[in-house]
Design a protein around this ligand. Structure first.
Ligand code: FSX
Length: 372
């Protein structure tokens, strides 16, 4: 398939019928979390959409993000989407190595200047250019050089979006995120360690279909996938409302599937689509498997006081949390979430544990009698 061929022409050439094409459009709508009524508009847009060039750079990371994307059976929606783009440079997936690989990147940049999508996973070390290099080029130089000709940048994974584990205290390499360096391009932050595969492909599908990036939240994440916190969509939420909590991983509460808040679940402060999109082709997600949410799509989640410590917040802000939650008309959990969205960048330090009583006291939907 050439870059000039439209997606529709490509699918037709590969034997996909009109019916199959509309099914593809319906699937694309679904992964972009758009209503079925959008399918005709998507079909119209994709009939003329040309396959965009994608250059994928990997810096300080564990390759979990690329692994997440490819962890699916073939053929998949992801496969279809990737047939619809030209993945011109990706360390893990490309056959080329050495000079040939770098030539592929340079050629793709030259041929598609101003139009290609740059995907970045991993953080960028500023402590010393030699900490992480590719073909002798520092991550910083390669990012700056490749970003110049990009139409948009998709930062994939919490390392690229917020610094991730390389940035965890004491941040030995001086790791920073993509948006700490690039200021003059549209950047979509697809956070998660790793991110949900369908969220990565959903963002690419949006660009492919509409030629634009999706609407973003204040942390640069697509609202359609990061608009709700895990707690609000969690199927264990009714247990939370009834005050039914597992106290250990093997007690009666755990066996009955009660709320994991006391075991450190970070669902109330974590914005992601795990509870709805789920993992492994919609099979399950960590809370459904009996483990609390680690909060991996939030900034500084490695330093948020311990994965098994009950949710905490800065001690000095307890009264402000109540006022903020009441003012916003928020429910329990959202009050805490509001505070953390307000102060997300520095929530990692100087904490004390918030009790269930604190949460219930901050919940305007509960009566005095229920609180006592
Ligand atoms: Fe980071 Fe991704 Fe976690 Fe790993 O590329 S977000 S350590 S899953 O691999 O960057």
């Amino acid at each position: 398939m050439s870059h000039d061929e439209t997606l529709k022409e490509s699918l037709t050439r590969n034997g996909v019928s009109r019916r199959g094409f509309l099914k593809f459009c319906a699937t694309a709508a679904s992964i972009m979390a758009l209503p079925p009524s959008m399918v005709p508009a998507i079909a119209a847009a994709l009939e003329s959409a040309r396959r965009p060039s994608v250059i994928w750079l990997s810096f300080q990371e564990c390759t979990g993000c690329a692994e997440s994307l490819t962890r699916s059976h073939s053929p998949t929606v992801e496969g279809l989407i990737f047939d619809a783009i030209s993945l011109d440079y990706q360390h893990t997936l490309q056959a080329a190595a050495g000079d040939a690989a770098e030539e592929a990147r340079e050629e793709a940049m030259k041929e598609n200047w101003g139009k290609y999508i740059l995907v970045v996973d991993g953080s960028i070390p500023l402590g010393n250019p030699g900490y992480s290099t590719i073909a002798g080029i520092s991550n910083l130089d390669m990012l700056k050089e490749t970003a110049k000709g990009a139409a948009a940048i998709v930062a994939v994974g919490t390392c690229a979006t917020f610094g991730g584990i390389p940035k965890a205290n004491p941040n030995p390499t001086g790791a920073v995120s993509v948006s700490d360096i690039i200021k003059d391009k549209p950047i979509v932050n697809v956070s998660g360690c790793p991110p949900i595969p369908v969220v990565i492909t959903g963002v690419l599908a949006h660009f492919l279909t509409f030629g634009t990036i999706p609407e973003l939240d204040e942390l640069g994440r697509p609202k359609v996938f990061y608009g709700n916190n895990i707690h609000d969509r969690c199927y264990r939420r009714p247990f939370y409302e009834r005050g039914e909590f597992a106290e250990t991983f093997d007690d009666e509460g755990a066996k009955k599937g009660w709320c994991l808040f006391k075991l450190g679940c970070k669902g109330p402060i974590t914005y992601n689509a795990c509870a709805t999109a789920k993992w492994n082709e919609g099979t399950s997600f960590p809370i459904e498997s009996g483990h609390g949410c680690l909060g991996c799509s939030e900034p500084n989640f490695w330093d948020m006081g311990g994965f098994y410590k009950a949710l905490s917040q800065p001690a000095v802000d307890v009264s402000q949390t109540a006022a903020y939650a009441l003012g916003a008309g928020a429910v329990a959990g959202l009050g805490i979430a509001a505070l953390n969205r307000k102060k997300k960048a520095d929530v990692a330090t100087d904490h004390q544990t918030v009790t269930i009583h604190d949460l219930r006291r901050n919940d305007p939907s509960k009566t005095e009698a229920e609180d006592s």
